[in-house]
Design a protein around this ligand. Structure first.
Ligand SMILES: NC(=O)c1ccc[n+]([C@@H]2O[C@H](COP(=O)([O-])OP(=O)(O)OC[C@H]3O[C@@H](n4cnc5c(N)ncnc54)[C@H](O)[C@@H]3O)[C@@H](O)[C@H]2O)c1
Length: 257
């Protein structure tokens, strides 16, 4: 029960990595606030966690909308009275609509930055003061291999994931003195709907090349990332602050052959 008596907000908790983290955090004793823009996924996650004896509420919210995020934290405080963990996991990948800066439209650029970067900003803006008020805790951010490598063809997404790393470091320095640790998970190739939409379903994606470049020769699973998030959320990582943890099977440190 590594999150006993902790209250954790997880954005994008309806499916994929966020869902795996929600299940695990609840098993480890947390009261989990499930945030998702998709009503069905969020409601289903809440039902399953409660069915397994865990504590969870689902809040339907779009992380890019100020009113939604203000409402999310107001409800969190009303229901659970504290906030200890904020796991910023929600993001979108715009598929073929994203691209090099020369071709991506301003509308797509704004949409991707709206969810992936403004969403992170809003959740931290309204969530971090509550963590401080609750006696300190952990903020987890989510970057990507796109934040540490020059991956072509998705410049809006890449810009948000690079900015996430920079913001993780500045927040770690800003809020460390008030007992808030801020660390970042940078995955690559985790088997979720986003991987299917961004890579597996694209005729340009060279799966053999991708797997050959990954020392483990396989994708990661949502539960492998969730277990890292659990470590970062819990007191087990009490001296970790500003860390960018590449959870990618080693793909970003493999030389191109
Ligand atoms: N899967 C991968 O291979 C991979 C690789 C690198 C980084 N990541 C990052 O990991 C995180 C989780 O990815 P995933 O693969 O589980 O994605 P996913 O698309 O499977 O799940 C994302 C969830 O976020 C929700 N969501 C989307 N927009 C939202 C919004 N505006 N407000 C609230 N919720 C919203 C979706 O409804 C969905 O439930 C993302 O930040 C992603 O960029 C994933």
């Amino acid at each position: 029960m590594r999150l006993k008596d902790k209250v954790a907000v997880i954005t994008g908790a309806g499916r994929g990595i966020g869902r795996a983290a929600a299940d695990l955090f609840a098993q480890e004793g947390a009261s989990v606030v499930l945030v998702d823009v998709c009503e069905n996924l969020g409601a289903e996650a809440q039902r399953t966690i409660e069915g397994n004896g865990g504590k969870a509420i689902f809040i339907h919210a779009d992380v890019a909308r100020t009113e939604d995020i203000q409402g999310l934290f107001a409800t969190t405080m009303e229901v659970y009275g504290a906030l200890h963990v904020l796991y910023n996991n929600a993001a979108i990948f715009a598929g073929k609509d994203d691209g090099p800066v020369t071709t991506v439209t301003e509308e797509v650029w704004d949409r991707v930055l709206g969810v992936n970067l403004r969403g992170l900003f809003l959740c931290c803006k309204y969530g971090v003061p509550l963590i401080i008020e609750s006696g300190g805790g952990s903020v987890i951010t989510t970057s990507s291999s796109a934040g540490v490598l020059g991956i072509p063809g998705c410049d809006a997404y890449t810009a948000t994931k690079g900015a996430t790393i920079a913001l993780t470091r500045s927040m770690a320095v800003e809020f460390g003195p008030q007992g808030v640790r801020v660390n970042c998970i940078a995955p690559a190739g985790v088997d979720t709907e986003m991987l299917r939409e961004s890579s597996l379903d694209s005729e340009d994606f060279d799966e053999d090349y991708f797997l050959q470049r990954t020392p483990f020769r396989r994708y990661g699973t949502p539960s492998e990332i969730a277990r890292l998030a659990l470590f970062l959320a819990s007191d087990d990582s009490s001296y970790l602050n500003g860390a960018i943890v590449r959870a990618d099977g080693g793909i970003t440190i493999t030389p191109i052959s």
